[in-house]
Design a protein around this ligand. Sequence first.
Ligand code: F6R
Length: 235
Amino acid sequence: MKVILTESYEESARKGAEIILDAVARDPGLLLGLATGETPVAIYRLLREACAAGTADFSKARTVNLDEYVGCREEDSYRRFMDENLFDGINLDKSKITIADHAADPAGEVVRLRAFFGANRVDLQLLGIGPNGHIGFNEPDSELEAGVHVTGLTESTKRANAHWFADGAVPDQAITMGMGDILKAKSILLVVKGESKREVLRGLLDGGKVTTRNPATFLLLHPDVTVVTERSLTV
Ligand code: F6R
């Protein structure tokens, strides 16, 4: 695992954007795995700026998102987040976007997305990490699912994400890529933002142990993971 320590979130975002832009430049038709939430906001802003400046070209790229809420309002959906933060600001062909539909029958979406991951391998997967160690919405549990599935959200995750919802009511369920789907990505970029991640980050960086109680520790099993984090979170 390669660890890049930075002095600020802005610097982490610049490193993250650089890694993504470099991957797109090397392989314009790549399949990018994307995350939502606070962590990628500045990364996506930098990707939009690169596109506007003509230094990045997403026209041949494909994307797939880690997760989506089940049954939320359209304005609270991760699809809306992605449109506003990235998709509407880069020259991506929108027919090449794969993301669960928040309004569709979740069982049908699981079948559709399992077929997608059966036929496709992510080239570069961007991840954030939850304060409880979740990646995607693979929440800490006694066992973890390998493939795309519907999951209940823990109270800790609902609390952490409530500020995104006008009424504060986070849906009880989400559809998420499974741990196996994430670990099948050719390379993984985990960006860690925020004081609340300190403990789970320590489990990943110092522990040397893989545990379903901190799903991010499964990244220790992957041969090509880059972690970008503020130095202050590691001391
Ligand atoms: C989002 C996702 C989650 C977030 C994690 C961190 O698509 O899969 O695992 O990456 O909850 O969220 P933030 O970045 O808001 O701290």
